[in-house]
Design a protein. Structure first.
Length: 99
């Protein structure tokens, strides 16, 4: 559930790989390279994830299904944010009110 997708949960898996399936391409590996943002503040949780993937198979903006060995299967909205020498960078942003 979305409640399990906290800044702390992702930070525990920083620098690990998430698998993603893309139509007409082999399984891609995206590395979670950074977890940033204030986290919980004023009854709201805000943070961002930065993933890095291969240059040769860039992803467009949109919902992607990722799978992680410990976190399971996740549907995240990824946005390409930069093209680096080492790969394409994608961001997922979380901003939600807490109960």
């Amino acid at each position: 559930m979305i409640e399990n997708l906290s800044k702390e949960a992702f930070a525990a898996h920083a620098q690990t790989d998430f698998q993603i399936w893309v139509e007409d391409a082999p399984v891609l590996s995206l590395k979670l390279v950074e977890v940033s943002g204030p986290g919980v503040e004023n009854g709201q949780e805000r943070f961002a994830l930065l993933f890095q993937g291969p240059l040769e198979t860039p992803l467009g903006q949109g919902m992607q299904q990722l799978k992680h060995e410990q976190m399971g299967t996740l549907d995240l909205f990824l946005v390409p944010v930069s093209r680096e020498r080492d790969g394409m960078c994608y961001e997922a942003v979380f901003n939600r009110l807490l109960k």
